[in-house]
Design a protein around this ligand. Structure first.
Ligand SMILES: [Cu+2]
Length: 119
């Protein structure tokens, strides 16, 4: 009987250890999901498109933009774009209509290289 109680207690501590290491693992994976700098080919096609900024995020820096139709590439949709440099998003605000130029990185991430208020 004593050994059964001990076994249950051991299992409980094992379970809490397991959940602790799961939490640590989760923390690690969210850190590693912070994107490394994308690799961009200088010859990759650049596309310039208009959109409405839905949200601007600081760390990691990216913008959620409802972009217009990009013929032959992508229908109009709301999606996230990374930025070549975080400073590109300085002064960019949700609700603003912008014109921006983006490029697809070698691992197919969409990266803004220039962005300005739409004229
Ligand atoms: Cu899109």
């Amino acid at each position: 009987m004593v050994s059964l109680v001990f076994l249950v207690a051991s299992l409980q501590s094992l379970a809490s250890l397991a959940s602790l290491s799961a939490a640590v693992g989760c923390g690690r994976s969210s850190e590693s999901s912070q994107p490394a700098a994308p690799t961009i080919s200088p010859t990759a096609e650049r596309r310039t498109v208009r959109g409405v900024v839905k949200a601007v995020h600081a760390s990691p820096a990216y913008a959620t933009i409802a972009h217009e139709d990009i013929p032959g590439y992508m229908k109009a949709m709301t999606m996230d774009f990374e930025v070549a440099r975080p400073a590109l998003l300085e002064g960019v605000k949700a609700g603003e209509t912008v014109t921006f130029t983006f490029v697809e990185s070698t691992d197919r991430r969409l990266v803004i290289e220039a962005i300005e208020a739409a004229r």
